[in-house]
Write a protein that binds this ligand. Structure first.
Ligand code: SF4
Length: 258
């Protein structure tokens, strides 16, 4: 099983399916993964395989690395569409995430004003006011909800805390029309249990959830690389088009990445 760990604090820019030329920022350990979910499809691997390294970079270290890299890219005329918090786990788990995001916005404004600031997050820390307020300042808070069924979330995303979908929906009220929803669609089996968030029931529940939480935009995607769980199956672009069609018809902006 091949996994991708980013050994630099700032990496890329890489060509992202969803964000264009994306300059990544990794606030997590550089030689291991740190997340409070343990998704079966996580490109960083399973949590159990990455717990040796627990060292996270300090705020100044991150902002200095970002400043240096942006200056280099500006000098070389390299385009950056997005400065993207992603990396080896869940970026909002970094204790200084709000301050780092503020510093990044300043750097962006001063050095590459046309770039967006994006955060790929599982939304698990929206209950922390400072984190939620920081996410609201980002251009693209991209919040993951893979299913409107808690049982599927527990099989697919495997939160290692007591996850509550209704609490998440409640916390998303202040994000109404101000966030991007990201959903991974796939099918498969893990430890003898079937996982499928593309069934008629799952899709109907997910569509209803979208209408309840009002994202500004939706990104749906499927597996792109090798996954830590071996029996997972990619779905087709046509299937994703079918899943998104009723929402597209109501005016939602939806990006499909197959
Ligand atoms: S939330 Fe993201 S980083 Fe965390 S396990 Fe899932 S895919 Fe990996």
């Amino acid at each position: 099983m091949g996994t991708i760990l980013f050994s630099d604090i700032v990496f890329g820019p890489i060509k992202s399916r969803r964000l264009g030329s994306s300059l990544g920022v990794n606030l997590l350990p550089r030689h291991g993964k740190w997340c409070n979910f343990d998704c079966l499809y996580c490109e960083c691997g399973f949590n159990k395989d990455g717990k040796q390294d627990k060292e996270i970079p300090g705020k100044e270290m991150v902002l200095n690395a970002l400043r240096e890299k942006i200056a280099e890219l500006v000098k070389d005329n390299t385009a950056v569409d997005s400065i993207t918090f992603s990396g080896n786990g869940e970026p909002t788990m970094h204790p200084d995430f709000p301050e780092i995001l503020e510093g990044t916005l300043l750097l962006r404004n001063n050095l590459i004003p046309s770039a967006k600031v994006s955060v790929l997050t599982n939304g698990s820390i929206l209950g922390n006011e400072a984190v939620a307020n920081a996410l609201l300042k980002a251009d693209n808070p991209i919040i993951k909800i893979d299913s409107a069924n808690e049982e599927t979330i527990s099989l697919l995303n495997r939160p290692n805390f007591k996850y509550s979908l209704s609490e998440t929906v409640d916390l998303l009220k202040k994000f109404r029309h101000r966030f991007v929803l990201q959903t991974m669609f796939l099918r498969g089996e893990f430890q003898g249990k079937k996982i499928d968030n593309t069934t008629e029931t799952e899709v109907a529940l997910w569509q209803r959830l979208v209408l309840q939480i009002h994202p500004r935009e939706i990104m749906i995607y499927t597996i792109d690389r090798e996954t830590p769980a071996s029996n997972l199956e990619k779905i087709t672009v046509d299937e994703m088009k079918k899943i998104s069609a009723p929402l597209l018809a109501t005016g939602y902006k939806i990006t499909i990445s197959g």
